[in-house]
Design a protein around this ligand. Structure first.
Ligand SMILES: Cc1cc2nc3c(=O)[nH]c(=O)nc-3n(C[C@H](O)[C@H](O)[C@H](O)COP(=O)(O)OP(=O)(O)OC[C@H]3O[C@@H](n4cnc5c(N)ncnc54)[C@H](O)[C@@H]3O)c2cc1C
Length: 543
């Protein structure tokens, strides 16, 4: 047990504490016992969804999409392209007619977690989209839950703040753990079990890699000064083709960036988390946002949880801030509040916060975001899960895509959504991931033909997997395509854990920041750490 606790210090939950200690308040965490997880999973009761603004949408039947779900780009692009012009078009900023203790701008994972920790102040949560959850949203058809994006978290230590929150909101009992031993991949369409044993290549190389993951903690934070490729060249030139291919796809799929960009410390802390095992819920992380949402509605009342409420301006005052929100199309309202939690990403925050200091604006401008596509393919009949998240490898190093040479590959990895439900959900749904690890992808994805083009890439490639899955084209009942245009901040070497990055999230007056981009690390853990820090900043100033 001792060794495993030490192992877990390397995980992505702990890494920010090492790398950005002053910002992070969580202690180092330990592993949750596998026995407890198993007993919790087997005791799982039925879940429920309630009203249409829930993070998990209940579908009445199986239907393919004709256009992307996910982002709701209209009318947001018009709003935020020239926000002051838009406000003028709506009649200008009205005088304040409502007052609140705390307004949380953005009801994604970070905003909901901040809300949970500020419950006693009865925060108002304003979400521009028609559902809460941000990109941690899901869908349920009959008894099948699947994610439209985030799929898993690293395992929280028992009785840690994170563990207590997940337990308190009631979601923990649905967790299932994927251990490193469960990690399989597809190699040329066939399942290759126990990838990390390296049994198909050189087991010694895989063993060395595992050993390196165990020992990189000693100077882990300095690893953010180099890219993953630089780290590999210096420390692990013996890497095999398949392991390198896996790393390449992992960087694209988990960071939306390439091995020439991603900070090595961050990347290997994630790899270490994978080695320790991950925690998975039916519907992925949307089950967490669903339970957080329900918990908040019960605590603060439904009138404090408002969707279709885009915040257009946040104006810091002396000990307060004015929040200008579009309550319905072109109808603005101003809310005066003591505190604001800015849980929207910085590419929005920098447009809506009035008078951001120049240096901080510059720091915000340095954060880049990438696009991500997810496809959920539901089948007419259930097939047994081949594992949880399987990367689709070929034993060749793929070319790094660019805007000029985009890749036509249908997906990098596939999740068997039913795995989290012990194969009990129906219809069985496969979730395919495709990130766009380069700048400039978004404009092509907004093209009206993009939905069908990418669906067709996916379906063409999926045919290679039919024999191993035991399906044919006629088993496919629906394909639902989701697009997240600016969803993942790029975790660039040298910028990650730099003073510049810390500056981007410094409070402005009574406005504090909570979003995964506080750490430019696209994960549950960074959302949670940023939200807990923001809530503490507010609670501390009240004392
Ligand atoms: C495809 C995909 C897969 C992923 N997989 C994983 C995974 O397996 N595990 C993991 O840990 N992480 C994963 N992630 C990372 C994921 O982004 C985070 O886990 C988390 O969901 C980020 O939450 P957030 O609240 O910080 O940001 P967001 O989800 O972006 O939430 C921000 C919210 O603010 C709202 N908003 C923006 N502007 C305004 C405004 N002006 N007024 C009001 N509201 C506004 C947005 O609509 C949104 O709801 C994945 C991400 C993607 C895209």
């Amino acid at each position: 047990m001792k060794a495993r606790e030490n192992d877990n210090k390397l995980g992505r939950r702990q890494f920010h504490t090492l790398a950005m200690g002053s910002l992070v308040t969580h202690p180092l965490l330990k592993l949750m016992s596998p026995a407890l997880l198993t007993s919790l999973a087997s005791a799982a009761p039925a879940y429920r969804t309630t009203v249409p603004q829930d993070p998990i949408a209940k579908l009445s039947g199986i239907a393919s999409t004709a256009e992307f779900t996910g982002d709701e780009p209209d009318p947001n692009h018009e709003r935020f392209w020239n926000v002051d012009g838009y406000i003028q078009k709506c009649g200008g900023i009205p005088t304040a007619t409502e007052s609140q203790n705390v307004v949380i701008v953005g009801g994604g994972l970070s905003g909901l977690i901040a809300g949970y920790h500020l419950k006693k102040l009865k925060p108002l949560v304003l979400e521009q989209a028609s559902q809460f959850g941000g990109n941690s949203k899901g869908e349920v058809i009959n008894s099948s839950y699947y994610s439209l994006g985030p799929a898993y978290i690293s395992i929280p230590e028992q009785n840690s703040p994170s563990h207590r929150m997940l337990n308190d909101i009631g979601v923990l009992k649905y967790a299932r753990k994927e251990s490193a031993a469960d990690k399989d991949v597809f190699l040329n369409g066939k399942v290759l079990p126990n990838f990390w044993t390296g049994q198909h290549e050189d087991p010694k190389v895989f063993a060395q890699m595992k050993q390196l993951l165990k020992t990189f903690e000693s100077n882990a934070s300095s690893f953010n000064q180099m890219t993953v490729n630089q780290w590999i060249q210096r420390n692990f030139p013996q890497i095999t083709t398949t392991l390198y291919e896996y790393f390449q796809y992992y960087a694209w799929s988990s960071f939306g960036a390439t091995l020439d960009e991603v900070a090595a410390g961050e990347f290997f802390s994630w790899q270490a988390s994978e080695q320790h095992g991950v925690m998975v819920f039916p519907g992925g992380n949307s089950l967490i946002t669903q339970f957080l949402y329900q918990n908040l509605v019960a605590a603060v009342g439904p009138s404090q949880m408002r969707t279709k409420s885009a915040v257009l301006k946040v104006i810091p005052g002396n000990g307060y801030a004015d929040v200008v929100v579009e309550e319905s199309l072109n109808k603005l309202k101003t809310i005066r509040t003591k505190y604001v939690v800015m849980a929207a990403p910085k590419f929005v925050a920098k447009k809506i916060i009035h008078n951001i200091p120049n240096a901080q604006m510059q720091a915000m401008n340095n954060i880049e975001y990438r696009s991500f596509m997810v496809a959920n393919v539901s089948l007419r009949r259930n097939i047994p899960s081949k594992g949880f998240d399987l990367y689709c490898l070929k034993k060749e190093v793929p070319k790094v895509p660019t805007a000029a040479n985009p890749f036509t590959k249908g997906f990098t990895d596939v999740i068997f959504s039913n795995w989290a439900q012990g194969d009990k959900g129906s219809p069985c749904t496969l979730t395919f991931y495709k990130a766009f690890p380069y700048q400039g992808a978004r404009q092509f994805l907004l093209n009206p033909f993009a939905h069908n083009k990418h669906r067709d890439y996916l379906l063409a490639e999926l045919q290679n997997y039919y024999p191993e899955l035991g399906i044919t084209a006629s088993d496919i009942a629906s394909v639902r395509m989701t697009l997240w245009g600016h969803s993942v901040p790029v975790c660039r070497a040298r910028f990650a854990s730099s003073p510049q990055l810390v500056l981007a999230s410094q409070p402005i007056g009574t406005i504090v920041f909570a979003n995964q981009d506080n750490f430019i690390s696209p994960s549950y853990e960074s959302s949670e750490q940023s939200a807990v820090t923001a809530a503490k900043q507010i609670l501390k100033s009240l004392r």
